[in-house]
Design a binder for this molecule. Structure first.
Ligand code: URA
Length: 205
């Protein structure tokens, strides 16, 4: 073999990453979750969405954003003219974190150590997909994408430069929209979410 063995430079691919992540033990969350929920979508999507972590439905299905928050995201994507299968969708943390409450599994916010433990998967997804734009949905995603605590309220709708030769856009998490009790603010926040998604749409190739 040549001195510079070409396979030293072979790029990672998503199928291998997914397989490796299925056995991840970088934090304790794998113990109670059903499975790793890895990112999915177009291998070289121009736009990559990052959520917080899989919820109950995602944990069972093994796919991101297929539960109630996923329905809000799907509706927003449609209104913004974005085909979901042209994007790549992942989460900052790839196992469902919950506490049992009777028959339901109550979602728990991931901690900073859990976000950090999972970040290599995001980094490797980013390096493989090479999107032009990363959309961080909510505080956990923003903490993952920027590597530090980043408030959503004053940064949403704004574009940032990432070291990885991509832009990042901060927006709210779809679950936040579901939780808003007042219909007027819900509608206003949802419209703003769709306008953030329209900005993301302009990055699609
Ligand atoms: N919320 C998230 O952040 N990610 C999912 O995949 C589902 C709900």
């Amino acid at each position: 073999p040549a001195a510079h063995a070409p396979d030293l430079f072979i790029k990672e691919n998503l199928a291998d990453l997914r397989e490796e992540a299925a056995h991840c033990r970088a934090c304790h969350l794998y113990k109670n979750a059903t499975q790793t929920v890895f990112g999915e979508g177009a291998a070289h999507a121009a736009v990559m969405f990052v959520g917080e972590q899989p919820g109950d439905k995602e944990d069972l299905a093994g796919r991101p954003f297929v539960g109630p928050a996923g329905q809000v995201l799907d509706r927003g994507l449609k209104e913004a003219g974005i085909a979901r299968n042209k994007t790549y969708i992942t989460n900052a943390v790839k196992h469902f974190k919950f506490v049992p409450r009777g028959k339901i599994r109550l979602h728990q916010k991931p901690t900073t150590p859990e976000i950090k433990a999972c970040r290599p998967w995001y980094e490797r997804e980013l390096a493989t997909v090479k999107p032009a734009l990363v959309v961080a949905m909510g505080a956990t995603a923003a903490q993952c994408v920027f590597g530090k605590i980043t408030p959503i309220g004053k940064n949403r709708g704004r574009l940032f430069d990432l070291a990885e030769d991509a832009k990042a856009l901060v927006t709210v998490h779809p679950s936040y929209l579901l939780r808003l009790p007042d219909p007027d603010s819900k509608e206003r926040e949802y419209k703003q979410f769709v306008s953030d998604l329209k900005l993301a749409a302009s990055y699609l190739r």
